[in-house]
Write a protein that binds this ligand. Structure first.
Ligand code: ZN
Length: 348
């Protein structure tokens, strides 16, 4: 029986103890290393998570009132939130900054808050902010300008026209805005019929000769005959997309045949064959293709003020807010409409 037990002084016992100790130390150091690695990774995750998630409203309140960052830093941060499209966060920052009530920047922060409300589409709130600024500082052109935009977007043209008065007193050029707002007021007046609006709009256009695109887009849509009767051929290239979309039955061939640009445009569209070539590359290609290929014109609109491109026509640029600065750009593209109608015909 004793042969199974190792003597305390037996050298074999020391070897077993030695290996047991080596095993325990190796196991412990492996476990400790693993634990540290996990702990480091968890700590790093926790550290990075605070940058991934935006501070909550309460966190912002505490951070701003603690005053660790200067007001300028908060304004820069709010601006970067706006650039990323996070209007909500920048509104929270401006609102908290306003509660600190540092009178030196109070009006500027109010203006920035109003502008952010406007950009975010909270027009009523923006209106209240700009009216509040103007109550104490009526000669603030920036606030007046944004109030005008707010009224225009709210389709309150009467109030927008009233804002022009103080802007005029501040020597701001308001002529274009006045004509534009008058035209919009007329177009949205429900007491007039479409034809009455067309005649009134034309009357205004003959007086001012401004907003050609706005006027002729409406005329060609509502009363093409009236549009052709008052058409100014020198403005043809400005209205290329509108002319391209005029229904074939509404074309006035007498006027079209008298003007080189119109002859080339409608020859390119395939309605007439009165031009064999064109100095406009896109028209020239279409004239030579003679409707054999599925190609048409596609349009984009550039603002001459800020050079931004838009997929739709506009009178007031939504980026820089300048008016009547649209320039139509066109290029050749696949005619999906023809594809679709051919597909439909194939089932008949
Ligand atoms: Zn623009």
């Amino acid at each position: 029986m004793n042969t199974f037990f190792i003597e305390f002084r037996d050298p074999l016992f020391s070897i077993i103890v030695f290996f047991a100790l080596v095993f325990v130390i190796t196991f412990f150091s492996y476990w400790w290393g693993r634990y540290r690695r996990n702990e480091d990774s968890r700590h790093l995750d926790r550290f990075l998570r605070q940058f991934r998630s935006l501070p909550s409203k309460n966190e912002l309140k505490i951070l701003i009132t603690k005053g660790d960052l200067s007001e300028k830093s908060w304004l820069l941060l709010a601006q970067s939130y706006i650039k990323n499209g996070d209007y909500e966060k920048s509104i929270e920052i401006y609102t908290e900054l306003l509660t600190i009530r540092d009178k030196s920047n109070y009006r500027d922060t109010m203006f920035l808050l109003g502008r952010t409300y406007f950009k975010a589409g909270f027009l009523e709130r923006a209106k209240q902010i700009f009216l509040e600024i103007l109550k104490t500082n009526p000669r603030t052109p920036q606030a007046l300008h944004y109030l005008l935009l707010v009224y225009e977007y709210l389709r309150d043209y009467k109030s927008a026209l009233e804002v022009l008065e103080p802007l005029d007193e501040l020597d701001k050029d308001i002529k274009k805005d006045a004509i534009y707002l008058e035209s919009l007021a007329l177009l949205h007046d429900t007491s007039f019929s479409k034809d009455e609006k067309a005649y009134q709009l034309l009357k205004l256009y003959n007086k001012t000769h401004q907003f050609t695109y706005l006027v002729f887009e409406y005329l060609f849509r509502v009363n093409p005959k009236l549009a052709w009767e008052n058409f100014d051929s020198s403005k043809s290239d400005l209205l290329t997309d509108i002319l391209w979309q005029v229904d074939k039955k509404d074309l006035d061939l007498d006027i079209i045949l008298q003007n080189g640009y119109l002859r080339e445009l409608y020859s390119a569209r395939g309605d007439i064959s009165e031009a064999n070539e064109s100095s406009v590359f896109e028209f020239d290609v279409l004239i030579n293709l003679k409707s054999k290929v599925n190609v048409t014109l596609s349009f984009e609109y550039m603002c001459d003020g800020c050079k931004q491109m838009f997929p739709f026509a506009f009178t007031r640029c939504s980026n820089c807010h300048s008016i009547d600065t649209t320039r139509v750009e066109f290029s050749l593209s696949k005619d999906y409409h023809r594809d679709f109608s051919e597909e439909n015909n194939s089932f008949q």
